[in-house]
Design a protein around this ligand. Sequence first.
Ligand code: HEM
Length: 408
Amino acid sequence: GGVMSGKRAPVEDFATDFDHTDPTWVADPYAIWADLRGRCPVAHTDRYGGAWLPVRHAEVAAVAYDTEHFTSRSVVMSEVRPGPHDLPAPIGLAPPITSDPPFHALARRMLLPAFSPKAVAAYEPYSRRLCRELLDAVDGADEVDASVDFARHIPLRVIVRMLGFPEEDADVFRTFITGVLEDVDESAEERQARADEAVMEQYMDARIAEHLAEPRDDLTSFLLEAELDGHKLQTDHVRGTMVLLLIAGIDTTWSAIGSSLWHLATHPEDRRRLAADPALMDTAVEELLRAYAPVTMARLVAKDVELGGRQLKEGDWLLLPFPAANRDPAMFPDADRVVLDRQVNRHAAFGLGIHRCLGSNLARMELRVALEEWLARFPDFELADPDRITWSAGQIRGPRVLPLRILR
Ligand code: HEM
């Protein structure tokens, strides 16, 4: 196949090191990927006990489809310790995102009905109402933080509603998730306190008990009634799945909405075109997802394997940057340009292969509704002050502070 063969530089030429936590990288990863793509399609770092970074669509896809050599048992590259890493023990009952075949198919199939287009459509009226309430709260202001006051609330409140948790508890999760995922400027103890799993466990157990006593038409009761391989789920697995849905759905969608509004703030022609022609929305949503894909996953190498001319060893980490695949000019003509009506757009923002995002219908609905409602209220806006914008660091990329000036 194309990935393993073809013209290839000798390995010595692939000296390029990478540091995805470097502030330059976080500010503009696209330039770095573009540079690497030509001369070092699979980069390496000594961090994390040895980690790899493919930047072309071909190698990203090859890894995503190859569950034999790359395991999903750890998908967040968080452990900073000298390698080579011992592979974590295979786990049976885990949520799909950290499962490998053959168990993965069972864990995933069980969840599919809850995220079908029909199931998701039932939450569109709530999502729209929520967006309007958030916009009502800032209407009349000259400046609105599109990330803090708008984008971040949408996926959080929608999943809390789907799970059937009290709306006022939404902030409990925001704090927990940020604690787990974000590289924020605070001590290890502060982070630990925010990401306290025992607190989360207690909270979930209380909701599970309520739902067992009185089943409802929501995702929590769905999980409690679901069967996996003929058995009801253990409480541990229900809790693990709830945490997965919270973690997988919130930062990601928050980032996609924020990056899309950042794009519209900085590209007046696209903004005017989309505000004037709502029929463009479906292709625009796909294109914004392609261009600003927020999610980079990770894999552990399960067996020695060659990738793009490099020799990967069992236990090495690999970052799987779907955003880089989406900017590969070999796959997308004019890849760095946003083309709101791009017709052929087989982007990898939701991943590729068996782990392809289970929440993609939900994410698309939320992104579309958020953009429709924002543009209906504020068709014209620009960055208030580029220096105040901050971006998340780590595997999920999106604006965390995004002050916009509303033009009238
Ligand atoms: C998996 C992206 C929103 C639930 C994935 C994967 C990506 C992704 C790239 C593949 C992971 C891998 O290959 O290891 C996104 C993006 C989103 C989004 C860009 C928003 C724009 C959501 C939402 C939910 C969700 C809203 C649910 C509430 C999941 C689950 C998986 C997954 C459960 C694991 C599927 C499996 O392993 O079979 N997502 N996601 N995601 N996502 Fe999303």
